[in-house]
Design a protein around this ligand. Sequence first.
Ligand SMILES: [Zn+2]
Ligand SMILES: [Zn+2]
Ligand SMILES: [Zn+2]
Length: 141
Amino acid sequence: MYQTTLGEDELYHCPFEGGHQCKHKPTKLKCNYDKYVDSHLRPFKCKNAACSGARFSSTTCLLRHEREAHGMHGHGSKPHLCIFPGCERAVPGKGFPRRYNLFDHMRRVHNYTRRALPSEAELSGSRAGGKGARRKRKALG
Ligand SMILES: [Zn+2]
Ligand SMILES: [Zn+2]
Ligand SMILES: [Zn+2]
């Protein structure tokens, strides 16, 4: 889609050359040229060394990547918080490192099944500390 622009000087010119975002000098190397294009199309770069500069087209993508790959953005390494208000595991920083752990917790502690989201009544009824949670009845259809 972006045609390689090999100039008369036999250098690769960034297709965005002249744009206010572009500070790329014409290069002899195709691989440099590719980096130029990439940096325009996906300007958001992961700063984590482990990723060796993974790039993303939007901050949303980058943030999601950072959260999922590096557990960043305020939740430490435990980004999966319990969805039940009042539960000590619903507090940022006290969640679970893996989704699996979270669901395991919610199943054991809150009698939560993955099939259905808890109802309002259940949410307000299941405060933390309630060991021996009752089986929920098949009341509502
Ligand atoms: Zn450029
Ligand atoms: Zn990364
Ligand atoms: Zn919980």
